[in-house]
Design a protein. Structure first.
Length: 98
């Protein structure tokens, strides 16, 4: 895991925030506060893990500790992953007539 349990918590929280920010910026895909948060949390966790595999496990390579670079990476990847999944779910919901 990219940063252990603390890293996962950072990713999930930032994913929820990213989902809500994306929902407020892209009104056509907005799922409501609860929907944006749920989609964002899931997207933050999954997206950060996928992004972490591509850029490498910086925290694990440095001995398992959290440094500022890995924390910033988790914040960014969690937020981006949450926003992307919220937009995907919003687009599917809109396409289905919801």
């Amino acid at each position: 895991m990219w940063g252990g349990i603390v890293g996962l918590i950072i990713q999930l929280v930032c994913g929820g925030v990213g989902g809500n920010v994306a929902g407020s910026l892209l009104k056509q895909f907005d799922l409501g506060v609860v929907g944006n948060t749920i989609a964002g949390v899931i997207g933050g966790g999954v997206g950060a893990q996928i992004i972490g595999q591509f850029i490498g496990g910086g925290a694990e390579a440095a001995g398992g500790g959290l440094d500022i670079g890995s924390i910033v990476g988790q914040i960014v990847s969690g937020g981006v992953g949450g926003g992307i999944l919220m937009v995907i779910v919003g687009a599917i919901r809109k396409a289905m007539g919801g």
